[in-house]
Design a protein around this ligand. Structure first.
Ligand code: ATP
Length: 288
């Protein structure tokens, strides 16, 4: 296996008494898309910022291209922060020229429609702003892309386009580390790392994370009554349409909880979202 583009070992970050990231290790290889998942506050952004060298670690070690983070390593990275990091009062082209001057990175190009744009970024729709941030992050053909919720708030079409861009970059050999709250995006990743309360609680390919986990699916004419009955038994049913899905309980247990009610109970594979909620809530190291 080649050297990882980015690697951290036992990285920890404290803010005062608060342990935001707790002994996290991960690596990103060339050509792979690694998805970093976790609830709000799980420590994803803090981890990315340490990997980039923007935030000092409290303990542990970060390596980019085999070296500690520096201005030199920064030039080989494309980074899209949550806030996009664009200057609202500059046009897309002016933004690109500015960042290339600051990082002394080679001159890259924007897609033609963005290069022609005469409005400042702050007056463009969010989807276009995100395309600008992507294009800028990729313009110098970075070896590593680090993206913090890059498609948050955009529609499915723009999101699909942005993912095409990511896949093209990884097909070209770049490594990608991307945080997301969208399960459809997580499913696009080659590998997932799930964080909860600052720690890695599961990692692996989607199939490793799902582990063949099953849910009990309930169809009941009186679904509000069935929902309440399951909750009273300490289960956490989720309502999907008019169907109830129960993670972590067998169909037999669910049938027992609904005894005497008109209903059918069957089993189905858990979705990533269901598995994610299960992992993040109990903090098990299920697939690592
Ligand atoms: P989100 O999905 O909302 O972006 P996240 O997983 O990226 O969340 P972080 O932003 O890394 O989470 O935050 C992890 C924890 O560290 C949170 O409790 C947050 O309040 C805390 N934290 C982050 N940055 C700081 C800071 N500069 N000072 C103090 N606490 C911080």
């Amino acid at each position: 296996m080649t050297d990882p583009l980015a690697a951290c070992r036992d990285v920890t970050r404290r803010f005062g008494d608060h342990l935001a990231v707790d002994r996290v290790s991960l690596a990103v290889q060339p050509g792979e898309i690694v998805g970093l998942l976790g609830a709000n506050g799980a420590g994803k952004t803090t981890l990315l910022r340490m990997l980039l060298g923007l935030l000092p670690v409290t303990a542990g070690e970060v390596r980019l291209f085999g070296e500690p983070p520096s201005r030199t390593t920064r030039r080989r990275i494309g980074y899209v922060p949550q806030g996009l990091g664009l200057y609202d009062d500059l046009t897309p082209l002016e933004n690109l020229r500015f960042s290339q001057a600051v990082f002394r990175s080679p001159l890259g190009a924007l897609p033609a429609d963005l290069a022609r744009e005469t409005l400042p970024v702050g007056r463009l729709p969010l989807g276009t702003q995100r395309r600008v941030a992507f294009a800028q992050a990729l313009a110098h053909r970075p070896d590593l892309l680090i993206l913090d919720e890059p498609t948050s708030g955009v529609g499915p079409l723009v999101r699909a386009r942005l993912w095409d861009v990511l896949r093209d970059a990884s097909d070209g050999g770049a490594g990608v580390l991307v945080t997301t709250h969208y399960m459809e995006e997580a499913e696009e990743c080659d590998r997932l790392v799930i964080m909860a309360d600052g720690r890695v609680v599961a990692e692996g390919k989607l199939s490793d994370i799902l582990r063949g986990e099953r849910v009990a699916v309930v169809d009941a004419p009186d679904w509000p009554g069935a929902l309440t009955a399951l909750e009273e038994k300490g289960m956490t049913p989720a309502l999907v349409g008019r169907t109830l899905r129960v993670v972590g309980s067998s169909p037999a247990e669910v049938e027992q909880a609904l005894a005497g009610r008109e209903c059918t109970v069957r089993e189905a594979p858990a979705t990533l979202e269901e598995r994610f909620v299960q992992i993040a809530s109990v903090g098990v190291s299920g697939a690592s």
